[in-house]
Design a protein around this ligand. Structure first.
Ligand code: 0L1
Ligand code: MG
Length: 248
């Protein structure tokens, strides 16, 4: 049986819009990672047809521990749109089972035409956060499922932009309501988030997508993600980059 990419995209898009968890897509019929990226693109195209604009890319499975857990040896990636920008607050009632994680973010300053180009195209770096919201029940998925589901992307935010700098080992803290929920180092992101930035350029270019000026690259999480409750105050800090805060 051949895979109906548009039907799978409609299922995922509907789950996000209805705030309803669904079973893994591969439960009904397995498909490969290349097909999963086609589904991901089809989901994003549906969002673009509703007026959303591409705003960047996100990298997933950027820690060796998470790659080993999934039995993969490369990162995955997803696309960010302007509707995913969090602002000062995130309405968790519009999400299924959100989790938040501390991120390093890069601001693209000019079009990236090659992987070798990407570091010099960076206009700024910032501490950020990502709100993940797998559309699959219990965050239970295979690799093709999570790729199709845009790497669980839901919302993101970034702090003040700083001039580009070495972020190979910067301490990061995720606090929820003033309590430390996670601590880590940017080194957890492929040993250096700059590696993830280069991977973002490689994967985007390979998919025929150019990183554009003003786009954000979320390089990956420095720690595990934690559940994001209602009425919470989240603060993520990174040494040298200050803090970013969001309420729910
Ligand atoms: O951003 C990430 O690293 C997460 C990738 C998707 C897996 C998950 O939902 O935990
Ligand atoms: Mg992330």
């Amino acid at each position: 049986m051949s895979i109906d990419v548009e039907a799978l995209a409609a299922t995922l898009d509907g789950a996000a819009r209805d705030v309803r968890a669904i079973p893994k897509l591969t439960e009904a019929e397995p498909f490969d990672v290349a097909t999963a990226y086609a589904v991901q693109r089809a989901v994003i195209e549906r969002r673009e047809r509703r007026g959303e604009r591409l705003a960047g890319v996100k990298m997933g499975f950027t820690s060796r521990a998470k790659m080993a857990q999934m039995g993969v040896d490369d990162v995955i990636w997803g696309l960010l749109t302007d509707a995913m920008v969090a602002g000062p607050s995130v309405e968790v009632s519009g999400l299924i089972h959100p989790r938040v994680e501390p991120e390093i973010a890069y601001l693209i300053g000019r079009e990236v035409r090659s992987v070798a180009d990407v570091e010099s195209a960076v206009a700024g770096v910032a501490v950020g956060f990502e709100v993940l919201d797998s559309r699959f029940a219990d965050f239970s998925f295979t690799l093709p499922d999570v790729v199709a589901d845009n790497a669980s992307a839901a919302r993101f935010g970034v702090g003040a932009w700083h001039p580009p700098r070495d972020l190979a080992n910067a301490g990061m803290v995720l606090e929820i309501d003033g309590r430390v929920a996670q601590t880590g180092s940017s080194a957890a992101i492929l040993g250096d988030p700059a590696r993830s930035l280069r991977a973002a350029a490689r994967l985007a270019l390979g998919a025929g997508i150019t990183l554009e000026p003003g786009w954000v690259v979320l390089a990956g999480a420095a720690t595990a993600a934690v559940p994001l409750p209602k009425d919470a105050h989240v603060r993520v800090t990174c040494a040298g980059l200050g803090a970013v805060e969001v309420t729910t």
